[in-house]
Design a protein around this ligand. Structure first.
Ligand code: CIR
Length: 250
């Protein structure tokens, strides 16, 4: 597994914010958290491919939003926030080594944070960043490979994956306030114990949970999941969570 990452730029304090009030971000701390994240990915078996810093792209550490990687093809996104559109070219250039590429084209917009792939199902959050035109384009790209595209309304949070992520082979961790669990048929649904806790990162059979959410961590451990914990509180002030900081290429 390759994990594509980008360093935390000094400009992160000018990041986009949608649901959070701006708070000062301690750059050293954010960088230490990011370093810890990359080392954990390595320990879990990933090869980290860190791209060069993008000083003028405040949100560039959140690489997940720039691409959707399927086993058959990678899709370069057109991020919903205009300030983030300059982030995609560098990720596309590296993905070209591993996959053929398709792209979402204007006027459609989509962030990778709104796309949750589970087997041959692709759940797409309809959010402030992702629109139905993008869903339609994604369907044209992915349906020929046998994927079903399932649009999911998201309310109250930034992305679909703020509200729900995969925590096991056939299980999702979900916040019922932000997304309707009935969309996730044929999957085990586990409710978060803290509202912001739904974004976990599944690598192999390890589930990475942010240390700010001990009750959700315990709930997952009690259900038999193999849980890892990591500090991500500084990056969370930029409205980024765990899946956001990597693009995984299997
Ligand atoms: C943004 O608003 O775009 C960034 N400040 C946070 C993006 C987080 N990305 C993600 O959840 N996939």
């Amino acid at each position: 597994m390759i994990a594509i990452t980008k360093p935390v730029p000094e400009s992160i304090d000018r990041c986009e914010l949608t649901h959070l009030a701006r708070e000062p971000i301690d750059l050293d701390r954010a960088r230490a958290e990011h370093h810890g994240y990359e080392r954990l990915l390595e320990r879990l078996g990933c090869t980290v491919e860190q791209l060069p810093m993008e000083p003028d792209n405040p949100d560039s550490v959140f690489v997940e939003d720039t691409a959707i990687v399927l086993p058959e093809i990678a899709i370069v996104t057109r991020p919903g926030a205009e300030s983030r559109r300059g982030e995609v070219a560098s990720v596309a250039a590296v993905l070209r080594k591993y996959r053929s590429l398709a792209e979402i084209t204007e006027p459609a917009t989509i962030d990778g944070g709104d796309v949750l792939v589970i087997g041959k199902r692709i759940f797409v959050g309809i959010s402030s960043r992702t629109d139905r035109d993008a869903v339609h384009q994604l369907k044209n790209i992915a349906a020929p490979f046998g994927y079903a595209i399932e649009p999911v309304p998201v309310d109250g949070c930034l992305h679909l994956k703020s509200a729900v992520t995969r925590c096991g082979e056939r299980a999702v961790l979900l916040n019922d306030e932000w997304v309707d669990r009935r969309c996730f048929t044929r999957l085990e649904v586990i409710a978060v114990a803290e509202p912001q806790a739904a974004n976990v990162l599944l690598i192999g059979d390890h589930v990475v949970v942010a240390s700010a959410f001990p009750r959700t961590r315990q709930r997952l451990a009690d259900r038999g999941f193999n849980v890892e914990t990591i500090d991500a509180g500084e990056l969370a002030k930029a409205e980024g969570a765990l899946t956001c900081c990597s693009v995984l290429v299997d």
